[in-house]
Design a protein around this ligand. Structure first.
Ligand code: ZN
Length: 138
């Protein structure tokens, strides 16, 4: 870490005499991002008439964000291949209504993916060009 960065961190972590300037803490953090393409079918259960209630398919682009302050004993946040096993291997070329226990909207899929992957804090599910749902933990 360079001297400039060290001085910057120390300065930000100090209490400020000016109440309008609050002290911010910068903590090191690792982030990994895994992007998967999942080809699958689904139909939606909706409270209004929609063509989406018919069985159809998508090539979902799922982007998975994981972070940790410390790396595991293997020097990773979460192994990319484990993320693939937990998500793609369970959904790809499947009927999502048969493998997921909920109405498989992009929003619900994003939440489910986030819950499957260790250290995941954010998931983007792009159902088609221009249609993306994001789930984030606080
Ligand atoms: Zn759909």
């Amino acid at each position: 870490m360079g001297d400039f960065v060290k001085r910057f961190k120390v300065k930000l972590n100090q209490e400020s005499a000016n109440p309008c300037i609050f002290a911010a803490k910068i903590e090191p953090m690792y982030t990994v991002i895994k992007r998967l393409e999942i080809s699958a079918a689904h139909h939606l259960c909706l409270s209004y008439p929609s063509k989406c209630t018919n069985l159809h398919g998508h090539n979902w682009i799922v982007t998975i964000y994981c972070r940790a302050k410390e790396l595991n004993e293997d020097g990773m946040v979460t192994d990319f291949s484990h993320i693939k096993q937990l998500v793609k291997d369970r959904l790809d070329h499947k009927n999502l209504n048969e493998v997921l226990p909920f109405n498989p909207t992009a929003e619900n899929i994003a939440r489910w993916v986030c819950e499957q992957v260790p250290h995941c804090f954010k998931v983007e599910v792009q159902e088609s060009e221009g249609n993306t749902a994001i789930y984030e933990k606080d």
